[in-house]
Design a binder for this molecule. Structure first.
Ligand SMILES: C[S@@+](CC[C@H](N)C(=O)[O-])C[C@H]1O[C@@H](n2cnc3c(N)ncnc32)[C@H](O)[C@@H]1O
Length: 320
């Protein structure tokens, strides 16, 4: 009998970390921000005065909910939400849709089971008449499994400027993959943070209370906890930049000193030179013409834009 030991296969998280930290420049994906602690910190970010995104989208839903439902214009539909999070803003739409007698079932999809559990509990308490089926997992896996199922038209929500986490090219391929899982006539309501005064953008990701810094550094804490890494959190600094030309706000974790970090799950040590940066998040801002060409390139037709009063943000309704 053979006694050869095979190393444990790496989890998807460990694989992504290995790939990201082995490349140049080093990268860690922002999708891993959201562990239990990360979910809580993000909820705190959404309540900060500098983080205008949440207030803008909330205002759009509060002021335009009738128009949004009218523009969707479907008698019956499945309402799917990609990366639902705590659903705080979505609840405004859900309540209005219910009160208007719309015939729909809400299916929030999220990779974080904690956040979905909390969402379902709060929906049961706040909107007991709502039909909910939460779907834990990756957007595409879940969307693919739902393909063709039920026969009812789909309305997909992709809110909170999540699309901004992708580069322009990645956004096209993401949206094409969404389009591929939809039928002609299905809708996508998608949030975009718009180009604006660069100072306003920068403040949103660089709050004086340091909540964004804590949120980004939590990624290293997660690596420590889940992959047995030994990152010293004070050894890294949160740094934010905004390029008004590309509309890219970028977050980095910068090594304050020359240091080695060992990651047990990878059985590997990584050397960081002093002031070497890890790229951790992109939050791309769009102009209207850019987002309209994005829709066209990815197989959607723009139906209507819904703006907040300041014109900082848009929820755009697209038709497959
Ligand atoms: C920035 S939060 C936004 C939450 C909410 N949509 C909002 O606008 O407030 C992003 C959410 O997407 C989820 N998420 C990120 N990547 C995902 C993926 N590939 N599949 C499913 N959920 C994902 C995260 O767990 C998180 O709850």
């Amino acid at each position: 009998m053979s006694t050869t030991h095979h190393p444990q296969p790496l989890t998807a998280f460990a694989r992504d970390v290995l790939q990201g930290l082995s490349g140049t420049p080093r990268k860690l994906s922002s999708r891993y921000f959201y562990d239990e602690q990360g979910d809580k910190l993000f909820q705190q970010i959404m309540r900060m005065p500098e983080y205008y995104l949440t207030d803008c989208e909330l205002e759009i839903f509060e002021r335009r909910k009738e128009d949004i439902l009218r523009a969707i214009g479907l008698e019956q539909f499945q309402l799917l939400e990609l990366g639902a999070g705590d659903g705080m803003k979505t609840k405004v739409l859900l309540r209005h849709f219910l009160e208007s007698g719309a015939d729909f079932r809400y299916q929030p999809i999220d990779i974080s089971p904690n956040v979905l559990m909390e969402l379902e509990e709060s929906l049961r308490a706040e909107l007991p008449a709502l039909q909910v089926k939460s779907l834990p997992g990756d957007y595409f896996k879940v969307l693919h499994e739902l393909r063709g199922g039920g026969g009812q038209p789909k309305v997909v929500l992709f809110l909170g400027a999540n699309i901004g986490n992708y580069t322009r090219e990645e956004a096209v391929s993401f949206l094409r993959s969404v389009a591929a899982e939809l039928n002609p006539g299905d809708r996508l309501l998608i949030g975009f943070d718009l180009k604006k005064d660069p100072a306003v953008v920068l403040d949103a990701y660089n709050d004086p209370a340091g909540v964004t810094a804590a949120f980004n550094l939590n990624l290293l804490r997660r690596l420590n906890r889940e992959l047995g890494a030994n990152f010293e959190l004070q050894g890294f600094k949160h740094w934010e930049t905004y390029n008004p030309l590309s509309g890219e706000a970028k977050s980095y974790l910068v090594s304050r000193k020359d240091q080695h970090v060992f990651i047990k799950a990878l059985n590997r040590s990584f050397h960081f030179e002093a002031w070497e940066a890890i790229d951790v998040e992109l939050s791309k801002k769009y102009s209207i013409s850019e987002l309209e060409s994005l829709a066209e390139q990815s197989g959607f037709a723009v139906q209507e834009h819904f703006f907040d009063r300041k014109g900082y943000f848009v929820d755009s309704l697209w038709r497959r």
